[in-house]
Design a protein around this ligand. Structure first.
Ligand code: FES
Length: 580
């Protein structure tokens, strides 16, 4: 630890003997805090996404108490503050719609207040990227503490995974294999403790990404929410952030290009969510690190998926932790020279490799050896072609291998409402080799790029025993979902991408090996259809005011991270002082 005492940022508020210092200190004292408790000490902001409307983060006030104990023990002074909490399960139209709003809240809350460093309490899918984005734009010392996953779900004597079991059972209902009563009886057993989704969905993926990026303490990603060790980790993070404030260990020293490359490789090894491609790009953009969609192929390619978790595999986050958690995965990668930058610095002041090189591996079924992987190549597949000039992604580990190269006629839905209205129609002209295409579910089109890309299959085909079909859209997909699903098509239909002009019966060609996604029509026809499409476009009344106006006008496309154009970049923590 660096023992040189730096000038604390908070001294500009609490450290002056004048009228301003009087006022800043005096109002703090109305909480019953004596001078010696906070003046001259590192002030640690605890950025809390607690909300009873974000059930995954509903235990965060207790988590914050443990962070505070650690901060006090290390000689700092903790100040907890709320930020916008965008929970995945309740929020409409989709939690992604408010990810950038939350990041703005976080950024301005940090910059405007007398905090020297922050602890980011994150959990549910969008809270992790939102808080990292906001803190990165301020570039203050920061450490993330995740709320931890729920315990395994239980149903009829079996373990069931958050989200994944919903997709599985609802398809079985539609196929007539189980009754609605059986379906509904799984509801209480799926979510039976505090915490985030217990599959390798987006929340668990982003928790792993944060740990691989080095902005958490080791083991942060997997300790179950209700395991006492989660609270010990919160305590230790509170202690560590005080040191980080004194060391001036800012996010820009952790969130380097090397850290993002480590995270991309890690995502392949864990079979992580496609949403990571969007969120990592957005976080990188805030700290000035260049990251391209093709990096996911370039860096990830050839990395086996060794974590056997749902939705790609069998187990859940509880087993993942007991098997050794992310440090065990990173150790496996490092020993095979598959960790691109083992010397990347992490929040505890050690390198990533120092943290994991002796990590125990307790269960080789859950964290499999590299020579016996779940999927040989777990890299996200980045696709390009005349249907996705700026890219699209597919998660091979969640797909049916024989469909990764496929040619089929399009069955087109103009939007999600159109899909819902017609998918169950017994007269729908759809066959097992058809490609389901859905438009207008992208960042601007939905708006918010909802997780609807894993369109449920037509019930009449489910009843015939069809279990997967190629699906293409500009939407996202829940990290808990699965299927041969092409997502994030860019530019999206609403922005005039070629997806907008696909018609029923057009032949769609997918080739994951070559990384291509094409519609089999000529450039001339595409241009002519796009002209026709543009002439028909009408302004949408709901886009004319409110936050939705700001969103639709400024959101970037999926390949650019869906941040707002005016939020990209690091603006630092300087703030003009005002005189009372
Ligand atoms: Fe919050 Fe899944 S809904 S983590």
């Amino acid at each position: 630890m660096n023992t040189r005492k730096p000038k604390l940022r908070s001294a500009a508020w609490f450290g002056t003997v004048d009228k301003n210092g009087f006022m800043y200190r005096s109002w703090m004292k109305n909480q019953g805090i004596p001078d010696h408790e906070f003046v001259g000490k590192p002030i640690i902001g605890i950025c809390n996404t607690w909300s009873e409307l974000t059930p995954c983060n509903a235990h965060f006030r207790k988590l914050a108490e443990h962070v505070k104990r650690g901060v006090f023990e290390a000689g700092g002074f903790p100040v907890e503050f709320p930020v916008f909490s965008n929970g995945e399960s309740n929020l409409r139209p989709t939690a992604m719609f408010t990810r950038n709003l939350a990041s703005m809240d976080v950024e301005e809350s940090i910059r405007g207040n007398p905090v020297d460093a922050v602890v980011l309490l994150v959990g549910c899918d969008k809270t992790t990227p939102a808080l990292l984005m906001g803190a990165a734009s301020c570039d203050v010392p920061a450490i993330a503490v995740t709320g931890g996953p729920m315990l395994n779900g239980k149903h009829e004597g079996h373990d069931i995974g958050s989200g994944t079991v919903v997709w599985q059972l609802s398809e079985q209902v539609k196929a007539g294999k189980i009754s609605m009563h059986e379906f509904m009886s799984a509801e209480s057993g799926m979510s039976r403790s505090a915490g985030t989704c217990n599959t390798m969905g987006t929340a668990s993926t982003m928790a792993c990404m944060a740990e691989a990026l080095g902005v958490t303490l080791p083991h942060n990603a997997a300790i179950p929410a209700v395991d006492a060790r989660r609270y010990v980790l919160a305590h230790m993070s509170g202690m560590r952030i005080v040191e980080m404030a004194l060391e001036d260990l800012r996010l820009s020293k952790l969130l380097t290009r090397a850290a993002f490359e480590n995270a991309i490789r890690t995502n392949a090894a864990i079979g992580g969510s496609t949403n990571a491609a969007i969120h990592l790009k957005a976080i990188a953009g805030r700290i000035g690190v260049p990251l391209e969609l093709d990096d996911w192929t370039r860096i990830g390619r050839g990395t086996p998926t060794i974590v056997d978790l749902q939705p790609s595999g069998r187990f859940l986050m509880e087993e993942f932790y007991y098997a050794g958690g992310l440090p065990a995965v990173l150790r496996r990668l490092g020993e095979a020279n598959l960790l691109p930058h083992p010397d990347a610095l992490t929040a505890n002041g050690k390198t990533l490799w120092e943290n994991v090189r002796e990590a125990p591996i307790h269960n080789a079924e859950v964290i499999r050896p590299l020579d016996n992987p779940l999927v040989k190549d777990g890299a996200l597949c980045v696709l390009r072609g005349n249907l996705a000039p700026n890219g699209a992604v597919l998660k091979p580990s969640a797909a049916t291998q024989k469909l990764l190269r496929h040619r089929g006629p399009a069955v087109v839905f103009e939007n999600f409402d159109d899909y819902k209205a017609r998918i169950a129609d017994p007269h729908l002209d759809v066959k097992p080799d058809s490609v389901l295409v859905m438009k207008n579910c992208g960042p601007k089109g939905y708006p918010g790029m909802a997780e609807v890309g894993n369109m449920g299959l037509p019930p009449k085909l489910l009843a015939q025993g069809v279990t997967d079909m190629v699906r293409v859209s500009d939407a996202r997909m829940s990290g808990t979902a699965y299927g041969t699903v092409v997502l994030h098509v860019a530019p999206e239909a609403r922005a005039g991408g070629p997806l907008a002009i696909v018609r029923d019966g057009d032949w769609i060609e997918l080739d994951c090996e070559k990384g291509t996604l094409r519609v089999d029509i000529s450039d001339e026809v595409i241009i002519a259809r796009l002209d026709e499409w543009a002439a028909k476009q009408q302004p949408i009344a709901a886009d004319r005011s409110g936050y939705r106006k700001l969103y639709v006008e400024h959101v970037l496309q999926a390949d650019e991270g869906c941040d707002f154009d005016f939020l990209v970049g690091c603006r630092g923590s300087d703030v003009p002082s005002h005189s009372h």
